[in-house]
Design a binder for this molecule. Sequence first.
Ligand code: BEZ
Length: 220
Amino acid sequence: MEQENRIPLIGDEFPDLKINTSHGEINLPEEYKGKWFILFSHPGDFTPVCTTEFYSFQKRYDEFKELNTELIGLSIDQVHSHLKWTEWINKNLGEEIEFPIIADGNGKVAERLGLLHSDGGTATVRAVFIVDPESKIRAILYYPAELGRNMDEIVRMIKGFQKSDEEGVAIPANWPENEIVGDDVIMPPASSEEEIEKRRKQEEKGEIECYDWWLCHRKS
Ligand code: BEZ
């Protein structure tokens, strides 16, 4: 199926969208070309779990920016609702929400990105799109309404993708505290006999460590 006709998947280009936000009109992904961006949808403004998430995203916003990563929220609400809600967060919880929130009043962006619940309501699912500087979708996460997102994991994913891209390696479970290889990174699966032989030589020279030719790791 053509990409234009279906919900975007990991590996697709983020679709071209002209969006209305709490910071004015933005063209995605153009606006963030050369940066990572995290687009996250929430069921609605003035809801408790979403409020905790916005607070937590804002608390880590400087850290995201240090990772060349921008944040953008989304719900099927109007700009004035986003502004009233973020004003409430600032006044009552002491955090000024600095990143834009998409005001998807007619639900068109949510529909294009596959963020609508199956029940036909207007609340968007909790989704997270992680998009790289070339506008490619690198990860899509979905959470249910009753469970807020974990910022540590989202930060870890950005760091993991950046490490993977810089060093051509893969990232183990719970990195950088993996139970088997510690903070080492994983060599991607060898795809040829030559590659396997190269791995053996690297292991002999102490450049990498292997449990077997297909499970090799090294210091980052
Ligand atoms: C919340 O953000 O608290 C929430 C939103 C929709 C359903 C349930 C909880």
